[in-house]
Design a protein around this ligand. Structure first.
Ligand SMILES: [Zn+2]
Ligand SMILES: [Zn+2]
Ligand SMILES: [Zn+2]
Length: 231
């Protein structure tokens, strides 16, 4: 399946291995290995909440998350979580949809519960109908977790990709927003920005919404911090 993307960011991205971090034990693994890791190592508490392991991928697939959510929770809990970690800029509208037909997206109500999906099923999600960020959600497995305070729990997340400053080649911290992928200065480091202050830039974030609308990652409190003694 091909997801709708507004641009190909890959060309200016520095090499990325597409690894992610396990937030439960600090292990670093690729996307598929991470799924197996989560199911095997963290997926079977003796008693607790029956959950689905969800994989969420940005339309540009270097951005990914694994989450768990009780099967009795509704889709709206994921909407709230994704706005926080990846998306919210100006309170845009969002919806879930059937991903089988990307052209004519038939909406799925947010009150629907996760248990109406089977393991292996996918749904689409889009935020902002103007400068749309599109995501794909896969029910990757079934787990049991000990009761959690938050309904949606972050289990794993991609290592932040690194972008190269278009001017000097060092690691960039800012992305051009107006037409990020047509601009001469797509990505800038802080010192090159000081010399190009007329450019309209936003911070580079670990999100598929980097550089879109007014997104600055301000609500993302989910930065990976290795556990003490973790690898
Ligand atoms: Zn782990
Ligand atoms: Zn916005
Ligand atoms: Zn630079």
């Amino acid at each position: 399946m091909i997801l709708v993307t507004t641009a190909d960011k890959g060309s200016k991205m520095m090499a990325t291995n597409n690894n992610g971090n396990c937030y439960l034990c600090s292990e670093t693994l690729g996307k598929t290995a991470m799924k197996n890791h989560l199911l095997k190592k963290h997926g079977a508490s003796d008693a607790g909440q029956k959950c689905y392991l969800l994989k969420v991928e940005g339309s540009y697939e270097d951005y990914w998350l694994y989450l768990d959510v009780p099967v009795t929770a509704s889709f709206s809990t994921l909407d709230t979580f994704l706005r926080k970690i990846w998306l919210e800029c100006c309170g845009h509208m969002s919806s879930f949809f059937n991903p089988d037909n990307m052209m004519y997206r038939s909406e799925i109500g947010k009150s629907r519960k996760w248990e109406t999906l089977a393991v292996g099923e996918k749904i689409g999600y889009q935020y902002d109908y103007g400068s749309t960020t599109t995501m794909l959600v896969t029910v990757a497995g079934e787990t049991i977790r000990t009761a959690q305070k938050s309904v949606v729990r972050l289990l794993a997340r991609n290592v932040p990709p690194v972008f190269q400053c278009t001017v000097c080649g060092k690691s960039a911290s800012l992305v051009c927003t107006a037409y990020p992928f047509d601009s001469d200065n797509q990505f800038l480091c802080d010192s090159c920005f000081d010399e190009n202050e007329d450019e309209y830039m936003l911070p580079i974030t670990n999100s598929p919404r980097t550089g879109i609308c007014a997104y600055d990652g301000g609500l993302d409190v989910f930065e990976f911090k290795p556990l003490h003694g973790g690898s």
